[in-house]
Design a protein around this ligand. Structure first.
Ligand SMILES: [Zn+2]
Ligand SMILES: [Zn+2]
Length: 154
């Protein structure tokens, strides 16, 4: 996922826009499997101030998620804000104290930062739909499509 930044380097302070998209293979984060049902795309604007390239935008994809209530796999649309700074390696020593990505040349690989952005914004609980009824705790049937007579509340 490479962002070409010749323009921003030539014209410091100006804002440019980019759309990038790439298919990511399955990822593992904190023991959690992250499966992408669609390519990951980023729509962003970026500018360079002579030392730091700032990128702001949105990351969008569709995840294959498992519903926390009914255990069904479903496609979960996922969009999160993305905001990162990449320091030119020539000035990296000025930014030692900050946790920044670095770049050199006229291209930035956004892959790592985009994945981190996704990892840090993963939904804690995924539901196939807001009013998912889940599984019956007694017989295990899917209460979205079946009704049973267990009535665990009684
Ligand atoms: Zn569900
Ligand atoms: Zn039941």
């Amino acid at each position: 996922m490479f962002l070409q930044i010749d323009d921003a380097i030539r014209r410091n302070g100006e804002l440019f826009e980019a759309d990038l998209s790439e298919s990511f293979e399955q990822q593992l984060f904190n023991g959690r499997e992250i499966v992408f049902a669609e390519p990951v795309s980023i729509h962003c604007s970026y500018s360079y101030d002579g030392k730091v390239l700032s990128i702001d935008g949105f990351v969008h994809t569709v995840l294959k998620s498992r519903c926390a209530r009914c255990d069904k796999l479903f496609d979960e649309t996922f969009q999160v804000p993305y905001s990162e700074k990449f320091v030119n390696t020539r000035f990296a020593s000025d930014y030692q104290d900050e946790e920044c990505y670095t770049f050199s040349g006229n291209m930035i690989d956004l892959r790592e930062s985009v994945l981190n952005c996704i990892f840090l914004s993963l939904p804690i609980v995924s539901l196939c739909r807001e009013d998912c009824k889940g599984l019956c705790p007694v017989c295990g049937c899917d209460l979205n499509v079946e009704t049973c007579n267990c009535n665990p509340d009684r």
